[in-house]
Design a protein around this ligand. Structure first.
Ligand code: TPP
Ligand code: MG
Length: 370
């Protein structure tokens, strides 16, 4: 007898994001909503500062698009686009102080930009040119973690170090909805809650873990998991940069006060592919994408702020300048020696690694290369 196909992706539909309990300060139509709890947290954010956040998002979207073009032109090996997640990344990163530290996955290039990564820094790893794009100490951001969820443990460890040092710096751990199914993330939250570590767990729920919908990770909002750890959970509209700023500021303040971790779920949508190696047309329902396009983070701020044509033009030029600098930096990176890929894998090279190095050297020699 044939068994029914109960493969998980067929058995359960994608969870529809709940909207009733979402912290939102600016609607998709650009209307400012009052919120008695969070308005005081962003009372100092005037139109000029909001325009600054708008500019950040425009720049981030512009260089992200440029990076995809570079990959398509064979200049980058891979790129993980963040289209649609600009508000989640900019709003949270702009809540940070310079002495704070962030641990991210591969997708947080918008966070890196806000932390001060230079155009060249953003290109090096994805061109296969360096093991790290920047010095973590210089910009207060660890190099991106590709092992899903592992960075949350590093963040908790760093936050415990802040406690021991007696400083009031705080830490943000960025991770995705898929990462919430990893043991590392659970352990990081248990440990952080036990020791009241000054860490904010910032989950960008972009609805997908490659081709797996968030409904496979959880049937409840991710923020609800916080209760199990005994920490606050906040569900914020991840496409509303002001709400994200407010939620992250409040969580960072709490961490600095010694009141421990917070879990923030920023509800957003990955508008592009998982990476440039992915084809989302094979699994994304186009009508879902359309619905999320109507909640675009940049458009809603334009509707709220109505920047003049002149201002809009200045911002577009700044974005173009960053993207151009990034392209030029990318094309100008020196080619690394092929065998250097084996350097720095371990402090002491192992026998298998040495064997691979000599095999690869012999292979290259066939082409007459050193
Ligand atoms: C430990 C581990 N398992 C699997 C993978 C392969 N992988 C890379 S990204 C990814 C999905 C992650 O989804 P999510 O956490 O939602 O983050 P997003 O990519 O959506 O930002 C998987 C399974 C990996 N890199 N590391
Ligand atoms: Mg995801």
């Amino acid at each position: 007898m044939l068994r029914a196909d109960v493969s998980p992706s067929r058995a359960r539909p994608a969870a529809r994001p709940r909207t009733d309990d979402l912290l939102q300060l600016v609607t998709p139509d650009g209307i400012r909503r009052e919120d008695p709890v969070y308005d005081p947290v962003v009372a100092d954010v005037d139109d000029e500062q909001l325009t600054g956040l708008y500019e950040d998002m425009v720049v981030v979207r512009r260089f992200d698009t440029e990076a995809i073009a570079l990959q398509r032109q064979g200049q980058l090996g891979l790129w993980p686009p963040l289209l649609g997640q600009e508000a989640a990344q900019v709003g949270s990163a702009r809540a940070l102080r310079d002495d704070d530290f962030v641990f991210t996955s591969y997708r947080e290039n918008g966070v890196a930009y806000c932390r001060g990564a230079q155009p060249r820094d953003l290109m090096r790893v994805w061109r296969g040119n360096a093991l790290a794009g920047w010095d973590p100490r210089t910009i207060g951001m660890a190099t991106p973690q590709v092992m899903v969820g592992a960075q949350t443990l590093h963040a908790t460890g760093y936050a415990l170090g802040c406690l021991k040092d007696g400083v009031d710096s705080a830490v943000v751990a960025y991770f995705g909805d898929g990462a919430t199914s990893k043991g590392d993330v659970h352990e990081a939250m248990v440990f952080a809650a036990s020791f009241q570590a000054p860490v904010v767990f910032f989950c960008q729920n972009n609805q997908w873990a490659i081709s797996e919908p968030v409904g496979l990770q959880t049937q409840r909002p991710i923020a609800d998991r916080a209760a199990g750890y005994g920490i606050p959970g906040v569900r914020v509209d991840g496409n509303d940069v002001l709400a994200v700023l407010a939620a992250t500021r409040a969580a960072l303040d709490r961490a600095r006060r010694g009141d421990g971790p917070t879990l923030i779920e920023a509800v957003t949508y990955r508008m592009g592919p998982h990476t440039t190696s992915d084809d989302p047309t094979r699994y994304v329902d186009p009508s879902d994408r359309e619905q999320w396009a109507a909640k675009d983070p940049i458009t809603r701020l334009e509707r709220l702020l109505r920047p003049s044509d002149e201002r809009r033009n200045d911002i577009r030029q700044a974005a173009d300048a960053f993207a151009t600098a990034m392209r030029e930096a990318c094309l100008g990176l020196p080619e690394p020696a092929p065998l250097s890929v084996f350097d720095h894998v371990f402090v002491e090279p192992t026998a298998p690694l040495e064997r691979q190095r000599s095999q690869y050297a012999a292979y290259l020699a066939m082409f007459g290369e050193a």
